[in-house]
Design a protein around this ligand. Structure first.
Ligand SMILES: [Zn+2]
Length: 326
């Protein structure tokens, strides 16, 4: 898995906050117990002493006798503390450490592998960020409404937009269902408001749910961030993350300023992801002819040779939705 470093750091910070809450609760419980019964405080102090005696005995390799004596004392104190708790009608584990995750005991790794608690938190943070940077609400395949596409046969398509988009929807759904092992990329083409962003976000959701590191951005915003990084205005590591994340989704190719540096960035990203066999979904309102004219042969041949083109058709769905027409 690879993510934005930021996402990882934030996930870890959130889990540590949860852990600190547990520590706070236990400390509070201990303080209340000390207040209610001074003997409780004495036992805790004595336990701290016997613990250091135990360690001292271990370190000095003293006789087994000294060690065993300290062990016995320790055991007796714990038993007395337990009795105080149960006499007060409390559970004997009342002052045990509280972990947000019992599986890793808030260590976040088990046997050198990332624990599911950290994985889940990373997905959560990634998903929140995805939604923050996307122009639409979180979407799924289920709320892609084919009724907005006309069922009248289109002369050029020789089928209705609805038939065409039913095929597109099923094709992209299949793509998303195997996203963890995908190596291939998609090029969504078609006019504005035909559902390209909706379906890209639906794939993103499936990928995040599968625990993949996803970066979603529009090409204009991506270019701005890359420029900032290039000129040392922040965003360190972004270029690397864009080239190496598990799934990259770029919306609105062609809406960015057409400069030599943006074309170079684009070529580098597309090429490096193809070389690393990492899936990418690119959406554009441009036709294949316009892509070729704007980006030149190197980009065009990769977009048409290594990506599977998916053609969206119909008339502007966003417009229809706004006006309540189906
Ligand atoms: Zn855990």
């Amino acid at each position: 898995m690879s993510y934005d470093r930021d996402v990882f750091d934030e996930a870890l910070a959130r889990l540590r906050e949860k852990h600190d809450m547990g520590v706070l609760i236990v400390n509070e419980r201990r303080a209340l117990l000390r207040e209610a019964n001074p003997r409780f405080g004495e036992i805790e102090a004595e336990l701290r002493r016997t613990s250091s005696e135990l360690f001292a005995a271990l370190r000095a390799e003293k006789s087994a006798e000294a060690f065993n004596a300290a062990m016995e004392k320790n055991k007796a104190l714990r038993a007395e503390r337990e009795k105080l708790l149960t006499d007060a009608g409390l559970d004997k584990g009342y002052i045990n450490d509280i972990y947000a995750c019992d599986k890793c005991r808030d260590e976040y790794y088990v046997d050198g592998k990332m624990c599911s608690c950290l994985k889940n938190e990373i997905s959560l943070v990634a998903y929140e960020r995805l939604n923050a940077s996307s122009p639409l609400k979180p979407t799924s395949f289920d709320d892609f409404d084919l009724a907005y596409y006309s069922d009248k046969i289109d002369e050029t398509l020789e089928e209705s937009p609805r038939e065409r988009m039913t095929y597109v929807l099923n094709f992209v759904k299949r793509y998303a269902s195997g996203i963890s092992s995908r190596r291939d990329s998609l090029l969504f083409t078609g006019g504005t408001g035909l559902g390209k962003t909706h379906l890209s976000l639906a794939v993103a959701k499936e990928a995040i749910d599968a625990g993949l590191g996803v970066i979603y951005d529009s090409v204009p915003s991506l270019m701005m961030k890359l420029d900032n990084e290039r000129f040392g205005r922040g965003g360190e590591g972004f270029a690397e993350a864009v080239c190496s994340c598990d799934l990259l989704i770029l919306d609105d190719l062609g809406a960015e300023h057409n400069t030599a540096s943006s074309r170079t960035f684009l070529y580098t990203i597309i090429n490096s992801r193809i070389m690393s066999a990492l899936p990418t979904i690119i959406s554009t309102n441009l036709s294949l002819g316009e892509l070729s004219e704007r980006y030149g042969d190197a980009v065009y041949s990769r977009l048409t040779g290594d990506y599977t083109p998916v053609f969206f058709c119909g008339s502007d769905i966003r417009m229809k939705k706004k006006m309540g027409i189906k």
